[in-house]
Design a protein around this ligand. Structure first.
Ligand code: PLP
Length: 362
């Protein structure tokens, strides 16, 4: 058997490490920010009926334009974010997870000879997708407490002149907010594509504006979203994008034909019919997040502010040791490589209780 290094792999992929959050069967999995509430039974039945109907025509290729899914996603955004101008299917793009959307963005707007600016610590896939598409990754720096001010983002864009800017709102793995002013400043400073990754937007406080509300008149602004987190649909792999219709024309140049299977489309359309019910658990998850923000400091672990469904806490003497000690208790958390910090997802009330009790007992 050959070693990876024996293969004639691209030079720029040599020595890289793949995305690698551990996948383990545990009692309490709080490591990848999934929604740990199961899908409501009546929604599951509706999805299965839609899948049953769709399977009868899988001898044919699916709708390459996934028009009904785009209409459903536009309706969901119009209902939940109230953009200044109503979105239509022409404003929407979708793929197998927002990771695939981000990859298509860099295939179309990045690539060899081009650069993407991000602000680590941030979502690890942003730089991995940059590497995979041959786009040069520029690592900007954040302000104190991992926040990002309009001045800082402007300075980095002016100094590095990237072709693409990746902003993560709220940021993963820190959970920290990104203000609408910072997004406006990034757009004003840039002449390239500005991507706002809103994977966790539904968990933000009620009065927070989505970057979707900034789309009018900003044809280089792209807002990516996912059904993986708030929508409890991680296993189905559906991510999407809201932007100017011209952006979706650009993505059509790089997508593989029929990239969204008929089954994926049917399942997502059915789930979106039940959006309020699918999102009913979000309030509950927010409560557990707020509980972690209050209880962790009481146990001696200072927290970063979070608008997401997870909390990053510090004060950990040895992150790896704490990860292992919790795993002994069948609880999986995330060591993201920030020294003395651990990230934990807000789960069900019972899971959060189990985590806090195990931590207190250590
Ligand atoms: C989880 C996550 C995603 C979602 O990826 P999918 O491919 O849609 O499952 C995207 N961005 C960030 C910042 C995330 O944390």
């Amino acid at each position: 058997m050959a070693q990876l290094s024996d293969l004639p792999i691209r030079d720029d992929l040599r020595g890289q490490t793949p995305y690698g959050a551990p996948q383990k069967a545990v009692r309490v999995a709080l490591n990848v920010n999934e929604n740990s509430h199961p899908i409501p039974a009546d929604v599951a039945v509706d999805i299965v009926e839609s899948l049953a109907a769709a399977i009868l025509s899988v001898n044919r290729y699916p709708d390459r334009e996934f028009t009904e899914l785009r209409e459903s996603l536009a309706a969901y955004l119009n209902f939940s974010v109230e953009p200044a101008t109503r979105l239509t299917a022409d404003n929407i793009w979708a793929a197998n997870g927002s990771n695939e959307v981000l990859q298509q963005i860099l295939q179309a707007f990045g690539g060899p000879g081009r650069s993407v600016l991000g602000f680590p610590p941030t979502y690890s896939m942003h730089s991995i997708i940059a590497n995979g598409t041959g786009t040069r990754w520029i690592a900007g720096e954040r302000d104190a407490d991992y926040e990002l001010s309009p001045e800082t983002v402007t300075r980095w864009i002016e100094e590095t002149q990237p072709d693409v800017v990746f902003l993560c709102s709220p940021n993963n793995p820190t959970g920290t907010p990104l203000s609408i002013e910072t997004i406006e400043a990034a757009y004003a400073a840039s002449s390239g594509i500005v991507v706002v990754d809103e994977a966790y937007a539904e968990f933000a406080p009620e009065d927070v504006r989505s970057a979707v509300t900034l789309l009018d008149g900003r044809d280089r602004l792209l807002v990516s979203r996912t059904m993986s987190k708030a929508f409890a649909f991680a296993g189905a792999r559906v991510g999407y994008l809201a932007a100017d219709p011209a952006v979706t024309d650009a993505l059509r140049l790089v997508r593989l034909p029929y990239h969204l299977s008929a089954l994926t489309q049917a399942a997502a359309i059915a789930a979106l019919r039940h959006a309020p019910e699918m999102l009913a658990m979000v309030d509950n998850i927010r409560d557990q997040r707020d509980r972690l923000l209050v209880e962790l400091p009481k146990l001696g672990y200072p927290v970063l502010n979070s608008w997401a469904n997870f909390v990053m806490f510090g004060g950990v003497a040895d992150s790896h040791a704490l990860f292992e000690a919790l795993l002994e208790q069948d609880i999986l958390v995330r060591d993201v490589g920030i020294p003395n910090h651990i990230r934990v997802t807000a789960g069900t009330e019972a899971e959060t209780t189990a985590f806090l009790a195990a931590l207190a007992a250590l």
